[in-house]
Ligand binder design. Structure first.
Ligand code: GAL
Length: 443
């Protein structure tokens, strides 16, 4: 990290030079510091706390929750910790998503408390709020001191809004069930002016998907429909928090996302991006390679380094070229064989070049036959290396070969080749075995 700037999507080091390990993070402002609580999975599973005055230089404070904190944490999976302060009891209250360390079937939350912000937290209990399943979650303290816990319920189908008791240690009531059946997770809540904004992700495990936001004038009132936020992969991130920076010139709202690496958790990184508000009820998220934050004034300066590279996603798998072969594999940010260049030959046709080898996607031997394998071939001036893109919704396209007229298709799952087949006219968006996302690389 250079002075004063965060470099998004890279490893961030703390002031001792160690990698910051605080995913699914929550932030709390106090005594001139921002405190960052997050999942630390280096070695033992911990919740670590860091603090910073400028959101760039992070000092390690403490492993505030360890496997020794309570028998229920040995083993366990603790995710998305969030901390708020209770003005009446003087306690710091942490809520998180608790699983037993073996599978994700427990679907519980857990509550912990501490007398100091970065002290050793005391584990109170894990439970299902009012008996409901509870996975991805967040905590929000409103201006009047009322606190809310939001969590994904009913196998992540619904998003529940619970009001907490005055001591923040328990659920007072289930206030709202948001977007039933729409499977939203990774909630992050903020307030700007009269409006609350709730940002969520879709439900695709570690793979990135389309972030969305909604707004309301009351947390427990009517929420708007959901609107897209950022690209179909939300710039390869999943939301975890929104930090308000109240400066002398302006208030900036910083989107905090995890860039999970599904192939290597420890290669996951963070992204801080300033949110924009074109109107009182709309928000916009743009990519920034680096972000310079002036805490005093609240002014944020974003720089973008444009990339010409793409990843090709299908059914949450990513095209990977090696030798002649092309296979669908798990997303890996370290794997350069997953990088492609898209050379447009018209607004709707393109040649797709494997970045490392400079070879092009085509049916094997240029064959027009059904079920011909898709391979990489040396550049030739022939329509077999050209693909026309047919919109299939949600940013996805079908790729129809300009020579064979057949569409590229993923027949089986991970580490399996792709074939061409008759174009299926139906549109299933991201779960279509013929629908590809040309996902720009954001560095
Ligand atoms: C994500 C969730 C993460 C983690 C992951 C496990 O959907 O947001 O916090 O639980 O699934 O697959």
């Amino acid at each position: 990290m250079t002075a004063n700037r965060v470099i998004n999507g890279t490893k961030w080091l703390d002031t001792d030079g160690r990698v910051i390990s605080a995913h699914g993070g929550g932030f709390l402002q106090e005594n001139g510091y921002f405190y960052w609580f997050g999942e630390n999975r280096h070695g033992e599973k911990l919740i670590s706390c860091y603090r910073s005055k400028n959101l760039v230089d992070w000092e390690f404070c403490n492993d505030v929750v360890t496997m020794d904190t309570h028998p229920e944490l040995n083993p366990s999976n603790t995710e998305r910790p969030k901390v708020i302060f209770n003005d009446n009891t003087g306690q710091y209250i942490m809520w998180l998503h608790w699983e037993n360390g073996i599978h994700y079937g427990e679907a519980r939350c857990a509550v912990l408390v501490s007398d100091t912000v970065d002290g050793d937290y005391t584990y109170l209990r894990s439970f299902r709020p009012l008996g409901h399943m509870s996975r991805d979650c967040t905590l929000f303290k409103d201006e009047d001191g009322t606190a809310y816990f939001l969590s994904a319920a009913r196998e992540n189908a619904d998003l529940h809004v619970y009001r907490l008791t005055d001591d923040y240690l328990d659920i007072a009531a289930l206030e709202k069930i948001l977007w039933p059946g729409q499977k939203r997770e990774a909630p992050a809540l903020m307030k700007r002016g009269q409006y609350y904004f709730l940002v969520t992700s879709g439900c695709t495990g570690w793979e990135p998907n389309q972030g969305k936001y909604a707004y309301a004038t009351s947390i427990t009132g009517e929420w708007s429909e959901m609107f897209d936020l950022g690209t179909p992969t939300t710039f390869d991130t999943q939301p975890t928090f929104i930090i308000p920076i109240h400066g002398t010139t302006k208030t900036t709202y910083l989107y905090v996302g995890d860039r999970w690496d599904p192939s290597d958790y420890h290669n996951s990184t963070y992204v801080f991006l300033p949110l924009e508000f074109p109107t009182d009820t709309s928000m916009r998220l743009n990519w920034a390679s680096t972000v310079r934050i002036e805490i005093e004034t609240g002014v944020v300066e974003a720089d973008v380094r444009e990339s010409d590279l793409y990843r090709l996603q299908i059914n949450m798998l990513y095209l990977r070229g090696e030798g002649d072969q092309v296979k669908a594999s798990r997303l890996s940010y370290a794997d350069k064989n997953q990088l492609w260049e898209v050379e447009y030959t018209s607004p709707v046709t393109a040649r797709i070049k494997h970045h490392l080898t400079g070879r092009y996607l085509q049916p094997k031997d240029g064959s027009p036959a059904d079920e011909s394998e898709i391979v990489l071939g040396d550049a030739v001036d022939h329509p077999m290396q050209e693909w026309s893109m047919v919109d299939t919704g949600q940013g996805y396209v079908k790729l129809r070969n300009c020579h064979s007229g057949k569409a590229m298709k993923l027949v089986r799952g991970s580490n399996e080749p792709l074939f061409q087949a008759e174009m299926d006219p139906r549109k299933h968006g991201r779960w279509d075995e013929q629908a590809f996302l040309l996902a720009k690389v954001f560095e």
